[in-house]
Design a protein around this ligand. Structure first.
Ligand code: CMP
Length: 106
């Protein structure tokens, strides 16, 4: 019996929740707020080398990385690399400021 073709990739709610609970700026949200965030997330794919977040932009999306790797830079200086299970893009939303750094797929 042939197996069913793969459907749209589903996102892991558990991965999102644990990424939020691992993030210093989001872990203290109440559980209802965390659930609302988890429920409104949807999958996006960003190609390698693409800029996902640009420093100084106005931003309204928070990301949880499911697979791959990104680099975070500020004023052209490398701050860090991040891998699966990490939240990024939370600061502009939580503090109502412009993007504090750039995030690029690698
Ligand atoms: P935001 O400012 O919305 O967009 C850029 C994101 O890069 C930021 O949220 C954080 O998620 C992340 N970021 C900014 N500065 C650092 C840092 N020093 N170390 C790790 N991640 C950072």
């Amino acid at each position: 019996m042939p197996s069913a073709p793969p459907g749209p990739k589903s996102i892991s709610k558990e991965l999102i929740k644990s990424a939020i609970l691992d993030n210093d700026f989001m872990k203290n949200l109440d559980i209802g707020q965390i659930r609302e965030i988890v429920d409104c997330m949807h999958p996006v794919e960003n190609p390698k080398d693409s800029t996902i977040i640009k420093e100084g932009d106005v931003g309204s999306l928070v990301y949880v990385m499911e697979e791959g790797k990104v680099q975070v830079t500020k004023d052209g200086q490398l701050l860090t690399h991040m891998g699966p299970g990490k939240v990024f893009g939370e600061l502009a939303i939580l503090y109502n400021c412009t993007r504090t750094a750039s995030v690029k797929g690698e």
